[in-house]
Design a protein around this ligand. Structure first.
Ligand SMILES: [Zn+2]
Length: 222
């Protein structure tokens, strides 16, 4: 197996844990697409807290385990990752966790709206949809995820379960996990003072446009 790619999976797991977007037991799974091959590197430990280089396995996008050992709890959701790589050729990283506040929305079967500016800036202007419940990794769950995913939106809530994020790179996927969890957290606080208010659609586009303008300009030096 490629040491560099193993390191990137381990590093991504550490970043997700450091961001706080995990449940108390750290449950989750992360995968990276192997470019140029129909394969992914995938975490075999049930908790992202304990993912080390020895805990990364190699899996074909047809679901075949190619290298390493995969315990049942992680084997059961392999298809959730492979389906996203099959459906979205631009996706390079898939992250699944149970972030406490985003998972509250998943448990309530409620979408997360575009309530904070970062949602508009990072591809979530249309909000995060909810995929109806199905047993984890099952054909039913996959069909529900495929039905819920919106074009260009890199995240979906899994009803009564957690969050699934898929993006071009690990860093972007980690960023989106953090944005979704922050939005969920502040909106739940806002419920006690009247509820969150969605950013108007035209302003969501304006927020993205402004962010892109500054991105293109790059670092400003005095
Ligand atoms: Zn889960």
């Amino acid at each position: 197996m490629d040491e560099d790619l193993i390191g990137r999976v381990v590093d991504t797991a550490a970043k997700v844990v450091a961001s706080g977007a995990v449940s108390a037991n750290g449950h989750g799974n992360i995968s990276l697409r192997v470019s140029g091959a129909d394969e992914m590197y995938y975490t075999s430990a049930p908790s992202l807290d304990v993912v080390g280089p020895e805990g990364i396995v190699r899996v074909g996008l047809d679901g075949t385990l190619l290298e390493g050992d995969l315990p049942p709890i992680q084997a059961a959701v392999v298809a959730m990752h492979t389906a996203l790589y099959q459906d979205h050729p631009d996706v390079g990283c898939v992250i699944h966790t149970h972030p406490p506040y985003a998972t509250a929305f998943a448990v309530a079967n409620r979408e997360i709206g575009c309530w904070i500016e970062a949602m508009a800036m990072f591809g979530l202007a249309a909000g995060v949809p909810v995929a109806a419940y199905g047993p984890r990794g099952s054909e039913q769950a996959l069909a529900n995820i495929r039905a819920a995913v919106r074009p260009g939106v890199p995240a979906v809530l899994l009803a009564n379960h957690g969050l699934l994020v898929f993006h071009r790179t690990p860093d972007l996927a980690v960023l989106v996990v953090g944005v979704v969890e922050e939005c969920a957290r502040v909106s739940i606080s806002a419920q006690s003072i009247g509820g969150p208010v969605e950013i108007p659609a035209v302003m969501r586009a304006a927020a993205l446009q402004r962010a892109m303008t500054f991105d293109i300009a790059g670092v400003v030096t005095a």
